[in-house]
Ligand binder design. Structure first.
Ligand SMILES: Cc1cc2nc3c(=O)[nH]c(=O)nc-3n(C[C@H](O)[C@H](O)[C@H](O)COP(=O)(O)O)c2cc1C
Length: 257
């Protein structure tokens, strides 16, 4: 797979990243839209990584882009705990131990349980694409368990970004919306710099493990993690392009002729 938007290496920070620190520029209607459209449509989840470290400078830039997201009343209720090295290995080991022991999910956010109906159908479609790419048989329980365990290990990515919100806003659905907006900016900014990522609910399904090893303060709620790193070459799952519902299917226009 090729990463045409690759502007950075493990060592270097790039010109594109000046975006995060530059002064606001005048809007040009001619140039708006094109690059963003390509970025948004090219991005996909990455589930195989090189072990190469990611520099704090590069991560700072990515988080600067993420935090340019809008939020309700500009409350910016998010925090990002960027974990690597020993603490991340301890999280992986703790998650693996609990999942292998059959521990029930231990999340700090409300869960929907298993998907049903059309949502289950879409879940199965992308799982089928990933299994096919990885040569995993739908009925092969061992292979499927190994794949699930990779997910709980956050796909062995060198970095895990744990996204939290302020606990005082725990009952505010809008705070989770705000964090989601920032996380989308994060995954786009990562891709634009040649990094891959996957938003990874599996990584926080044992949130007490994450809380302990990432040292998350009590006044924050763990919502999500994003696995991140340089994409492995020749990792088939990284080439999977998930399908989207057509615009006709998701939009209802009101008041148009
Ligand atoms: C909230 C959220 C949680 C996710 N959790 C996982 C996960 O635990 N494991 C995984 O492999 N992918 C996870 N994903 C990635 C989705 O499967 C992926 O975004 C979706 O299939 C669309 O594919 P794309 O990202 O390649 O466009 C998650 C995505 C979101 C937004």
């Amino acid at each position: 797979m090729t990463y045409r938007n690759c502007h950075a290496s493990a060592e270097g920070v790039t010109s594109a990243s000046r975006l995060a620190k530059s002064q606001p520029t005048a809007l040009s209607w001619q140039s708006r839209g094109m690059d963003f459209e390509k970025l948004a449509q090219d991005r996909r989840s990455v589930r195989g990584y090189k072990p190469d470290p990611v520099s704090k400078e590069l991560l700072d830039e990515i988080i600067a882009v993420a935090t340019s997201a809008p939020s309700s009343m500009n409350t910016q209720p998010w925090h990002f705990h960027v974990v690597t090295g020993e603490p991340l290995e301890l999280i992986r080991a703790g998650n693996t131990e609990k999942m292998m022991a059959g521990a029930p999910p231990d999340r700090e956010i409300r869960s929907h349980g298993g998907y049903q109906g059309v949502h289950r159908d879409r879940q199965k479609e992308v799982a089928g694409q990933l299994f096919e790419a990885m040569g995993i048989g739908w009925d092969d329980k061992d292979q499927r368990r190994d794949w699930a365990m990779r997910g709980f290990r956050q796909f062995d990515a060198p970095v895990s970004v744990v996204g939290t919100i302020d606990r005082v806003l725990a009952d505010s659905t809008v705070a989770y919306f705000d964090l989601g907006a920032a996380v989308y900016g994060m995954v786009l900014a990562a891709w634009e710099r040649g990094l891959g990522s996957v938003i990874n609910g599996q990584g926080i399904s044992q949130s007490s493990v994450v809380r302990a090893h990432a040292n998350i303060p009590e006044d924050e709620i763990i919502v999500i993690t994003v696995a991140m790193g340089f994409p492995a070459d020749e990792y088939a799952a990284n080439d999977v392009q998930s399908r989207r519902r057509p615009v006709d299917d998701v939009v209802t226009y009101v008041g148009f002729d």
